[in-house]
Design a protein around this ligand. Structure first.
Ligand SMILES: *Cc1c(COP(=O)(O)O)cnc(C)c1O
Length: 239
């Protein structure tokens, strides 16, 4: 018996129910399984159920897992944690998606690092939708301008926007924040960019995100269970 089966299936059912409630087709919402802190075997278990897209927060943590899972065809790796300039090359070489582009400089580095070949790197512009000063992402009013700059870089494919709602347990607040991200997508489309991705919603708020148009939800805890605390040494190795 797979220890993650109930979690993964339960999340699938939540996505179907939330899409139905929003009058959407459930296949328009992709599930990204967030495997940070969990070992390669946990990823194998979810892969065996049919999951292919996995999210990691730290380049340095992800690379050994990618190596350990190199025998699995069709794995798709998404970087969803803050990206430092000095990790941009590795991120561009090893990931299929980067959700956390929050400045033009890092996008330029990613594009340059991808110039060696292969398909363009899929990226999202991260927007600070909660307004908390400590949170990453550009302010919503700057999102379209950054998207325009990113969209012309030769080795990137801008897909859309990513946001993290403030943990509140209040569906009204969550939806208002996710609506801010949806408006960024609408404004970019009105400005002529053909984008298809709203990366928003996690274990605690995926229903609110789907109600506001999420096309990709990033879910860890509800699939894999609670995360162990990160060892201090790992945290320091990647400031
Ligand atoms: C950890 C993380 C997730 C998953 O969070 P859960 O609450 O465990 O589902 C999603 N997105 C980002 C950016 C994360 O860092």
């Amino acid at each position: 018996m797979s220890p993650v089966r109930d979690g993964w299936q339960g999340v699938g059912e939540r996505i179907v129910a939330a899409a139905r409630a929003a009058g959407r087709e459930s296949h328009t919402v992709r599930l990204l399984a967030v495997s940070k802190t969990f070992p390669p075997q946990a990823i194998r278990d979810v892969y065996a159920l049919g999951q292919r897209a996995f999210g990691e927060n730290y380049v340095q943590e992800a690379l050994p897992k990618m190596d350990a899972l190199a025998d699995l065809p069709g794995l798709e790796w998404h970087l969803i944690g803050p990206l430092q300039s000095n990790k941009a090359r590795l991120a561009a070489e090893r990931f299929h998606w980067v959700h956390t582009v929050d400045r033009l400089r890092i996008a330029e580095r990613l594009s340059a690092a991808r110039a060696g070949g292969g398909p363009p790197l899929n990226v999202c512009v991260q927007v600070n939708i909660s307004g908390e000063p400590t949170k990453s992402g550009v302010p919503p009013q700057d999102a379209v301008a950054l998207a325009r700059g990113v969209s012309v870089l030769p080795h990137l494919r801008l897909r859309g926007f990513m946001g993290i709602a403030e943990p509140s347990g209040d569906a009204g607040r969550q939806r208002a924040q996710f609506r801010t991200l949806a408006r960024c997508l609408e404004a970019s489309r009105a400005a002529g960019m053909s984008l298809d991705t709203l990366s928003m919603g996690m274990s605690d708020d995926l229903e609110s995100a789907i109600a506001e148009g999420a096309t990709l939800v990033r879910v860890g805890t509800a699939i894999f269970g609670p995360r162990p605390a990160r060892p201090a040494t790992v945290r320091q190795a990647e400031p």
